[in-house]
Design a binder for this molecule. Structure first.
Ligand code: NAD
Length: 437
């Protein structure tokens, strides 16, 4: 099957490479000349484990190509995916659909013969109707069906998630579109990846409901962590104790500095706006978003408390800047408000991240010292703060850290270590939701 993927970002590139790997003929399109130039030169513009090999193999086999020529790619395709960004709109938090509608117009102008246009971007309920209207306005004679096919992959495990999904949601009532979507995903349902057909609006809302539910789970355990800290209980044991209950499940119950990333923050806010617009307010999600925002900045107080309540003139070392490990994505990373708060409290900040420093620089500005590894980062610091749990931070050499640090203080916002082990190395240790020793 011939596929055009419009938008070659985290979702477009991974989806395009995976579809090519299934044997489809995929053209990935992007407006960004530098991105397409890099991909054509064999470079991967993002950090995602396994993606370089997958792209290289399929490009070499001639099934995966990259271009800026949207019209050329769309004209030949049986299915055209829209995988462009849908960031928060400045000012009101609604999803900004400018890129989606721009892409829809360009696609409509280039269509040749019946084509399935699939919205993979996360878009508010009703957007499929608007995409259809915009396309019809551009080309009244075009033959197409607009389908919703939200993406659930996680950065850092994106290929595995795409190839072994818990479910594939396809929103359409069009029989021809259904047949095309079935053919596209056939390799997955042979592997028993459940393909679920729904109405288009339902599919759009499933994506937001899923993200809002997961954000709620994280925020719930974070608040339980705060209570556990106050009463001398251990949130990790609580998470295990409730997670073993099948009705609850153990995933997304890791207490930490608050969720970030390219999806949860913007999608929860967009869902809240949709609820308000339709006079069906989502009070739980509203609270989740507010609690999470306050938490991210509030983590600086934990660092300050570990140093006796005063950060002025002190150096704080931050390990991990990206919103989670195994990605270079800095969008809404908890490290950003945390570092801003640390600096407001008078601390000098040193930072190290295995993949995200290039993306972090323009967001954090020049007042942070970027370091070459964890030990360089800890050098001269009065506290070391683990913000993102990259593998390489899981077995730090505490003797070496102690030698280079001004004070042996570890603030572990991801509960990577056990309090007893760290204390045995002569460190003061703070974590999230666990009893103090
Ligand atoms: P991204 O910003 O990484 O990539 C979007 C790309 O689209 C950019 O490279 C941009 O240049 C390109 N683009 C924009 N308009 C274009 C046009 N008219 N023609 C060609 N290219 C165009 O975004 P992303 O993280 O891949 O997210 C894409 C969508 O998928 C969003 O709606 C997001 O919410 C959703 N999503 C993201 C993830 C994730 O983990 N990143 C997971 C699930 C869903």
């Amino acid at each position: 099957m011939r596929v055009a993927m419009i938008g070659t970002g985290y979702v477009g590139l991974v989806s395009g490479a995976c579809f090519a790997d299934f044997g489809h003929d995929v053209v990935c399109v992007d407006r960004d000349a530098a991105k397409i130039g890099a991909l054509n030169a064999g470079q991967i513009p993002i950090y995602e484990p396994g993606l370089d090999a997958l792209v290289a193999t399929n490009a070499k086999a001639g099934r995966l190509t990259f271009t800026r020529d949207l019209a050329g790619a769309v004209g030949k395709a049986e299915a055209v995916f829209i995988a462009v960004g849908t960031p928060s709109r400045r000012g009101d938090g609604h999803a900004d659909l400018t890129y989606v509608f721009d892409a829809a117009r360009e696609i409509a102008a280039a269509l040749k013969g019946f084509t399935v246009v699939v919205t993979k971007s996360t878009v508010p309920v009703g957007t499929g109707d608007e995409v259809e209207r915009v396309m019809r306005e551009t080309r009244s004679d075009a033959e197409f069906a607009v389908v919703s096919n939200p993406e659930f992959l996680r950065e850092g495990a994106a290929i595995q998630d795409f190839k072994h999904p818990d479910r594939i949601v396809v929103g359409t009532d069009d029989a021809r579109a259904k047949a095309v979507m079935e053919a596209l995903y056939r390799p997955l349902h042979i592997n028993r990846g459940p393909l679920m057909f729904t109405g288009r609006r339902t599919a759009e809302l499933i994506k937001y409901a899923a993200n809002a539910f997961l954000a709620t789970k994280i925020t719930f355990i974070n608040e339980i962590a705060d209570l556990a800290e106050k009463v001398g209980a251990d949130v990790q044991e609580i998470a295990r104790g409730i997670g073993l209950d099948n009705r609850i499940g153990s995933k997304f119950l890791h207490a930490g500095p608050g969720y970030g990333g390219s999806c949860f923050p913007k999608d929860t806010v967009a869902l809240i706006k949709t609820g308000q617009d339709h006079d069906a307010p989502l009070r739980i999600v509203e609270t989740v978003a507010a609690v999470n925002d306050a938490r991210k900045r509030g983590m600086a107080k934990k660092v300050s408390a570990a140093l006796g309540g005063d950060l002025r003139g002190r150096t704080v070392a931050v390990l991990g800047l990206t919103f989670k490990p195994n990605t270079d994505d800095m969008r809404e990373a908890p490290s950003l408000p945390l570092i801003a708060a640390l600096r407001d409290m008078g601390a000098a900040v040193r930072a190290y991240d295995p993949a995200g420093m290039e993306q972090a620089r323009p967001l954090l500005g020049g007042d942070v010292t970027y370091c070459k590894d964890a030990y360089d980062c800890a050098s001269g610091a009065s506290a070391l703060v683990i913000v993102t749990e990259w593998e390489q931070f899981r077995a730090l050499d505490f003797a070496r850290l102690k030698q280079v640090m001004a004070r042996p203080v570890l603030v572990d916002l991801r509960n990577v270590y056990r309090a007893g082990d760290v204390a045995a190395q002569g460190f003061t240790y703070e974590s999230v939701g666990r009893p103090k020793r």
